[in-house]
Design a protein around this ligand. Structure first.
Ligand SMILES: Nc1nc2c(ncn2[C@@H]2O[C@H](COP(=O)(O)OP(=O)(O)O)[C@@H](O)[C@H]2O)c(=O)[nH]1
Ligand SMILES: [Mg+2]
Ligand SMILES: [Zn+2]
Length: 354
């Protein structure tokens, strides 16, 4: 309790400090921007970035980055209009889902991104040992898709859930292909999914083929920025195609043509859903996986383990065969499902072997 209050207080102070700082930062950014603009004028800068003059630029405004093409990004303004925007030099990384500050070039009707607001969440993907690439910002919900075919691997479900917990995403499980559920699959699957229902993860039965459960899914997506993840072949693409207006899915396969030829999107795209909520999607986002995470953190990603962590006799307890292990005891007492404990041990073994 004390820890929580301290954390809250501390979080609050941090937040206020950040706000003050960001006003100052904003002024500094503006100053730097002006200097850069003049320099850009003088040097007739690089070929891709249009030369900007201060008098051409409109007021600062908020925007949402819906797709990134390496050199420029599609920015949506607060009225839903989309502008091609270039990046101010030294802006740092931008990624789909970023909330940004930008200015419109009134002469060209294109814009320049001036600052990136602080992110609530940032999903990354490993590119090389110790290196990661940002794939989406401000996502707050993971839609984990499973099906009777291919059969779900429990440690895969748990890996995704751990990733969701560690990134502070709400996790919802969708059981797709419910049109295929034979009596036996049904029992097996239901038994497996019941474990997660008991842990309070929302569960939706759906079928992209016969279009059931889609309303429930839409409802769950409302007011969230979501990503779809899950094993290959479970029907993620099929579900996404049913949720997004057909013309959007088609358009997405083509990227806008720039003055200097075709630019392909280097990441995910943000879509607005008809009934509210946003979907950040790309095959890359759907492959989002757990990686490079310390064992203690993995254990904390199993939500029902949290109460028992730090209560084992040995500080470095692996929760495998140790005596006086709080997790093993909780499993023996029927509080923690043994399947989940096994799954945890498997995930650790896989990560340690990698
Ligand atoms: N029976 C059935 N098949 C489906 C359903 N949704 C997708 N599929 C099929 O499952 C296969 C994999 O679907 P896809 O959307 O590519 O899965 P992804 O790899 O998760 O994106 C395809 O052959 C789909 O036609 C469904 O609701 N019912
Ligand atoms: Mg797919
Ligand atoms: Zn233990």
């Amino acid at each position: 309790m004390l820890y929580c209050r301290l954390k809250l207080l501390f979080g609050c102070q941090l937040f206020m400090a950040k706000r003050k700082l960001s006003d100052r930062q904003r002024a500094r950014v503006q100053q730097m921007q002006q200097r850069r603009l003049h320099k850009a004028e003088r040097n007739k800068l690089n070929a891709e970035t249009p030369v900007l003059s201060e008098s051409d630029l409109g007021a600062e405004q908020d925007g949402l980055l819906i797709a990134f093409y390496g050199v420029y990004a599609d920015i949506e303004d607060q009225h839903g209009s989309v502008y091609r925007c270039y990046l101010r030099q030294n802006l740092g990384t931008v990624v789909t889902g970023d909330e940004i500050v930008w200015r419109l070039n009134l002469r060209t009707n294109e814009g320049v991104i001036i600052a990136v607001k602080s992110r609530r969440t940032l999903l990354t993907r490993p590119t090389a040992p110790g290196k990661a690439k940002a794939i989406a910002a401000n996502v707050d919900q993971m839609i984990l898709v499973v099906a009777s075919q291919p059969k779900p691997a429990i440690n895969m479900i748990d890996s995704y859930l751990v990733a969701a917990e560690l990134n502070q995403l709400k996790a919802t499980i969708v059981c797709n292909k419910s049109d295929l559920l034979s009596a036996q699959d049904h029992q097996e699957l239901l038994a497996l999914l019941a474990i997660y229902q008991q842990l309070n993860y929302p569960l939706i039965f759906a079928s992209a083929h016969i279009q059931t459960g889609l309303d429930d899914l839409q409802q769950q997506l409302k007011n969230h920025t979501s990503i779809f993840v899950g094993q290959s072949g479970v029907g993620k693409s099929s579900l996404v195609a049913k949720l997004l207006p057909a013309e959007i899915v088609k358009v997405d396969t083509l990227s806008p043509v720039g003055d200097h030829g075709m630019h392909t999107t280097t990441g995910a795209r943000l879509y607005h859903l008809a009934n509210g909520g946003h979907l950040i999607d790309s095959p890359g986002v759907r492959d989002f996986k757990l990686w490079d995470i310390a064992p203690e953190k993995i254990a904390a990603g199993f939500i029902e383990f949290r109460d028992y962590l730090g209560r084992c006799q040995f500080r470095d307890c692996k929760h495998e065969t140790e005596k006086k292990c709080a997790l093993l005891q909780a499993a023996a007492d029927g509080i923690i499902h043994p399947t989940r404990l096994k799954s945890y041990q498997r995930i650790l073994a896989i990560l340690q072997a990698a």
